[in-house]
Design a protein around this ligand. Structure first.
Ligand SMILES: Cc1cc2nc3c(=O)[nH]c(=O)nc-3n(C[C@H](O)[C@H](O)[C@H](O)COP(=O)(O)OP(=O)(O)OC[C@H]3O[C@@H](n4cnc5c(N)ncnc54)[C@H](O)[C@@H]3O)c2cc1C
Length: 482
């Protein structure tokens, strides 16, 4: 076989599959290549109001009501109950101390809950990626995309058009295809960049972490555990398990994301270059988590990535581009990856359908995603550097949420514009205030003093009442999603 395509996309995760669908429905001949076949495991499951706003926009702009339905928990469950997800009403953080049972005061000195939606119906979701990515891939095939899953990249001739060598993972057949455009949507594998011999950009960044993760079955509810141990949840704005749950440890944090199918995504991220211990041995060090996890049964392999932060120049050559999630890997903290992936789909679709290979459009693409990456690194790196002091960490999380909420509100006011940076990274006034706050958080001043000055500096942007000392770390009113 020696088929010719307009576009070849390497990687059939949600980024590659959504982009392929948009292009095919607009008449492009698209091949979607992946070494794995669906359904397959993938990490990166916790969506946010921002991610949902972009998915909704993509659905409206490109005439895909199913994508609009997948942008909120209620419409997802009503219209696509066979595609598994979990309810996410917000972010929940609990500070544990090694060898001590979890405890919290009436003022919630050891926990923080921040709402992201006003009701379950409007809630965000945890994407059960084996189902979600499979669904998006099936839709791409229905739209006329050529299914080249099960095929791995084996060679690349960069003469125009690109000649792409493929090797069948199971049957060891070879084939080659040609394409005018080549998109690297292969996530952290950065398969095309590596085949072209590109190296990550060496410039240092703040965030340096390692992670290990898996799925488990039979994990009891954390909110039940809290109730059974008389740790009050009466003032919680949502059930703690309907959230991205962060168990903050002496060294790093453990996430728990529940899906409605009885499976929970669990992972540990440590601010170290290598992981000292396993997820199991880490849980064992914290008595309340040990008790919680005692009945949980792993149902996938255990995955691990050490010091996985890296970035490539997303422009690999003429008509050869990387998605932001292939060009950059940062960290799971603050759940930014789905939004970053989706805005990449919006930008690449706009670029390829409306601008071709105009240099100004390519420069803008590079600049937008590099600016966002460095901006997110500033918040995530700061949060890790203050994590051991829970009240400082809680201030760092709220500081980031200000930027996220400001961006959501801007989209609500003026609509989504893929030429604007996510998280208001291109809003000069806000950027200077935010940078100053992050510097203060990392600096030597006492936490109470820093929090007070953050509250003051946040006033022009703080529509959501964050940093309010009267609500005891329970923020019910931040939701921009109605
Ligand atoms: C530990 C961890 C936790 C995370 N948690 C969150 C979170 O809670 N929320 C959030 O928003 N984001 C999170 N992220 C980020 C999120 O995982 C990514 O943004 C998201 O998975 C990107 O999806 P994608 O479709 O772009 O790529 P992927 O889902 O990575 O898909 C890439 C595809 O390319 C294929 N591929 C790779 N190499 C080749 C090759 N050589 N040939 C052919 N095919 C190839 C793979 O098989 C895969 O199917 C997390 C990331 C990590 C590392």
């Amino acid at each position: 076989m020696n088929a010719a395509y307009d576009v070849a996309i390497v990687g059939s995760g949600f980024s590659g599959s959504l982009l392929a669908t948009i292009l095919a429905e607009r008449g492009r001949r698209v091949a979607l290549i992946d070494r794995q076949r669906h359904p397959r495991f993938a990490v990166g499951e916790s969506s946010t109001p921002l991610a949902d706003a972009i998915l909704r926009h993509l659905g409206e702009q490109y005439g895909r009501p199913d994508w609009v339905n997948l942008s909120a928990y209620g419409s997802w469950k009503d219209t696509m109950p066979t595609v598994s997800c979990g309810l996410k009403r917000g972010f929940a953080y609990y500070r544990h101390h090694r060898r001590q049972p979890y405890w919290d005061s009436h003022d919630h000195d050891s926990s923080l809950l921040v709402s992201a939606s006003r009701s379950d119906q409007a809630g965000d979701t945890h994407w059960y990626r084996p189902d979600v990515d499979h669904y998006f891939h099936q839709q791409a095939i229905k739209a006329g995309v050529a299914d080249l899953t099960g095929w791995q990249l084996s060679g690349l001739d960069t003469a125009s058009p690109y000649r792409i060598g493929l090797h069948h993972v199971q049957h060891h057949h070879q084939q080659s295809i040609t394409a005018d455009w080549l998109i690297d949507a292969s996530g952290p594998a950065a398969a095309v960049a590596r085949l072209l011999g590109r190296r990550p950009i060496g410039q240092p960044i703040r965030t340096r972490t390692s992670s290990t993760w898996m799925h488990v079955k039979g994990l009891p509810g954390w909110s039940d555990w809290l109730c059974r141990h008389d740790i009050g949840c009466d003032d919680d704005p949502f059930d703690a398990d309907a959230a991205a749950v962060h168990h903050v440890l002496d060294q790093g944090w453990i996430w728990c994301l529940r899906f409605d199918n009885g499976i929970t995504s669990v992972g540990w991220t440590s601010p170290t270059q290598t992981l000292c211990g396993t997820l199991e041995s880490t849980i064992d060090d914290y008595p309340s988590l040990r008790q919680l996890f005692s009945g949980a049964i792993p149902c996938t392999d255990i995955y691990q990535a050490e010091q996985f932060q890296r970035r490539f120049d997303p422009i690999l050559g003429p008509r050869c581009l990387m998605t932001p999630t292939a060009a950059f890997t940062l960290d799971p903290l603050h759940s930014t990856g789905i939004a970053v992936g989706l805005v990449g789909v919006a930008r690449l679709a706009d670029l390829m359908l409306n601008h071709g290979d105009e240099n100004s459009a390519l420069d803008q693409y590079r600049k937008l995603i590099q600016t966002e990456f460095l901006w997110l690194d500033e918040f995530v790196g700061t949060a890790y550097s203050v994590m051991p002091d829970f009240s400082r960490f809680s201030a760092a999380c709220q500081w980031f949420m200000l930027a996220a909420i400001a961006c959501e509100e801007q989209i609500q006011r003026s609509g989504f514009d893929c030429r604007r940076c996510l998280y208001n990274a291109d809003n000069t006034a806000m950027r200077d205030v935010m940078r100053g706050g992050n510097r203060d958080l990392r600096g030597p001043r006492m936490t109470a003093e820093v929090t007070k000055s953050l509250r003051k500096s946040a006033m022009p942007f703080n529509t959501a009442g964050l940093f309010n000392p009267d609500v005891a770390n329970r923020f019910a009113y931040t939701a921009t999603k109605s």
